[in-house]
Design a protein around this ligand. Structure first.
Ligand code: ADP
Ligand code: MG
Length: 581
């Protein structure tokens, strides 16, 4: 259980604030996360890490000399938003370019990718390296699709040391990629974790068994096996990881390995040491030399019971950076000379004031705000159901993500409306707030959709039904473009595409927008239900594809529900007023 909570939605923000107070010598809070509170040499490459919260020490605990310059902190298990990424990167930049690192998850790829794209457009040299160490999450042939788990520590420690040594951005990126290519992990879980505010864990593991191939966001294991002795668990982890040992004597590898035995949050250090004693013994028998091993909690998953083994197959360069001194709140090694405090105040970017729209556009904005409020109420009503659906093959946060996203969008919409915003401004602000408030894959996609729909409208014109329908189409295109999914991948796209197609067809045959919308809602609901027959190929559920069979996709389900809520709220009133004809 996570017992010490004020409000569940504030958990991550409260934790980051506390961390910054407890470790003021190392970090200071900025919008979206933390950056070093110590000065870094001008021109040094900055390393910015990130991801959802719930993994401490990853990632904010690794900010300090020798490792990261900043960490972007999302909500629990949810990616931070693109604007959080931009804010932390700007604050962490020393003029030498920025390497952004995170574990490979769909939501993080979307949000960090969007943030990086915008920063590049401003002229900042930004590179992205994703960690893909989890061997259970994909076959060797598709190693670059694997998830990132505890290997984050080794890859980012090595990348941070390379930046500290003064390498330029090309070289820091090269070293980070090489560290990732040489790092493998495998984990087992004995019990799932419980999200703040929830009363039951995201999954359970039967007594006497262990789930093999856990994710660090409460995703269930990929297979189950009887739980043996500590030595048997050690052997199972070692066999898995060493299966991908590179050839000794080739490509700079001579049997020297960095080893991390990582606790997931609720496994005792002494249990870890019991397992480690076997691992050390076996590695020695196999002729491998362990370099600076780490045994402890480094990449956790709230209160998950379990552990993972990570091995980095070193070459001379990787070993040098793995051994280098580091001084951060949660990871220290060797001696780092004291750094002066960073000077200057870091200001958060200010949001521009709203330029009032035309009366007609303000009226439309008012109706759009009502629609968004209806979506927020619908998300609250369905939060638990959507969370349970996402826990089957995903990480259980879809209900939370939709509630946070719609609530943020609704309050941004209210604020914009009060300032006289037209339709375009209202929707683009609501979109930005959604993606910022929700994090997660669906947050990025919904945020982009609202923003795109807003950009298709104006602050001066009215809203002919065809313009609105075209705006909806633009929103859908944004989801297709950003997410890259097609129908049949078992994502929200499976409900979205029939929705917009039916809407367009009904309009073409002369239906009112209200009637066309109702028909589109029915098509979306049918299509969402039909996703239960599909095995997921995209997003977080890809790894657990077959678990998803027999259950509808959470994102498709929420899409259909939200569109129906809009129809209920706006449809009848609008039709009586004759506005949406
Ligand atoms: P996360 O997967 O990051 O935890 P959520 O749980 O909020 O995010 O959302 C999960 C939903 O996102 C899935 O059920 C699916 O409908 C949708 N999704 C995942 N990947 C994609 C994608 N590439 N394109 C469109 N939708 C996607
Ligand atoms: Mg999820």
């Amino acid at each position: 259980m996570t017992r010490l909570v004020n409000a569940p939605g504030d958990f991550s923000a409260d934790a980051v604030r506390g961390l910054a107070l407890a470790h003021a010598r190392y970090v200071q809070q900025v919008h979206g996360g933390v950056v070093r509170s110590t000065a870094s040499p001008a021109g040094q490459v900055s390393v910015v890490l990130g991801g959802g919260s719930g993994h401490y020490p990853a990632f904010a605990g690794w900010v300090g000399p020798g490792m990261a310059h900043g960490a972007v902190c999302g909500n629990v298990f949810a990616s931070p938003s693109a604007s959080q990424v931009e804010s932390v990167v700007r604050a962490a930049d020393n003029g030498g370019g920025v390497l952004i690192g995170f574990g490979n998850y769909a939501g993080d790829v979307l949000h960090f990718g969007q943030g990086a794209e915008r920063l590049r457009a401003e002229g900042l040299d930004v590179r992205i390296v994703t960690v893909t160490d989890d061997i259970a999450s994909g076959a060797p042939a598709e190693a670059d699709l694997r998830r990132g788990i505890a290997g984050d520590l080794l890859v980012f420690k090595i990348a941070g040391a390379a930046a500290e040594a003064g390498l330029d951005l090309d070289d820091v990126e090269r070293v980070a990629r090489r560290a990732n290519a040489r790092t493998r992990s495998l984990g087992v879980a004995f019990g799932g974790c419980t999200l703040p505010g929830a009363d039951h864990p995201l999954f359970e593991v039967a007594t006497g068994t262990m789930a093999i191939g856990l994710g660090i966001h409460g995703e269930p294991g990929i297979s189950e096996a009887p739980l043996g002795t500590a030595a048997e668990v050690a052997d199972a982890l070692l066999t898995g990881v060493l299966d991908e040992e590179p050839e000794r004597g080739a490509d700079g590898y001579h049997g020297r390995v960095a080893v991390l035995l990582n606790g997931l949050g609720a496994t005792k250090y002494e249990e870890l040491f019991v397992v480690y004693s076997r691992i050390a013994e076996r590695l020695e028998e196999l002729g491998l030399t362990i370099v600076e091993p780490e045994v402890g909690e480094h990449v956790t998953s709230l209160d998950m019971e379990g552990l993972s083994l990570t091995v980095t197959f070193l070459d001379d360069e990787l070993e040098r950076y793995w051994r280098a001194p580091v001084d951060t709140p949660a990871f220290r090694r060797g001696v780092v000379t004291d750094r002066p405090a960073r000077s200057g105040v870091i200001r958060a970017a200010e949001t521009a004031a709203v330029v009032p729209g035309s009366t007609e556009s303000q009226e439309l904005a008012g109706r759009l705000a009502v629609a968004i409020r209806a979506m927020a109420a619908c998300a609250v009503e369905n939060e638990a159901m959507l969370g349970d659906l996402d826990a089957i093959a995903g990480d259980g946060d879809h209900g939370q993500g939709m509630v946070l996203g719609t609530a943020a969008a609704a309050s941004a919409a209210e604020e914009a409306l009060a300032a006289g915003a037209g339709a375009r401004t209202l929707l683009t602000r609501a979109g930005a707030a959604w993606s910022e408030g929700a994090g997660g894959t669906s947050g990025a996609l919904w945020g982009a959709a609202l923003t795109a729909m807003g950009n298709a409208l104006s602050d001066s014109g009215g809203a002919a039904p065809d313009e609105l329908a075209a705006g909806v189409r633009q929103g859908a295109e944004a989801i297709l473009h950003l997410g890259g999914a097609s129908t049949g991948d078992k994502t929200m796209v499976d409900a979205l595409v029939p929705f917009v197609d039916t809407l367009a067809a009904a309009r073409a045959s002369g239906a009112s927008l209200g009637d066309a919308w109702d028909g589109a809602c029915t098509a979306a609901a049918t299509a969402a239900e039909a996703t239960s027959q599909i095995v997921a190929r995209r997003g977080r559920a890809r790894t657990h594809g077959e678990h998803s069979l027999g259950h509808p996709d959470p994102g498709a389900t929420s899409f259909a529900l939200l569109m129906a809520a809009v129809s209920r709220e706006l449809g009848p009133a609008a039709r009586v007023n004759g506005e949406l004809t």
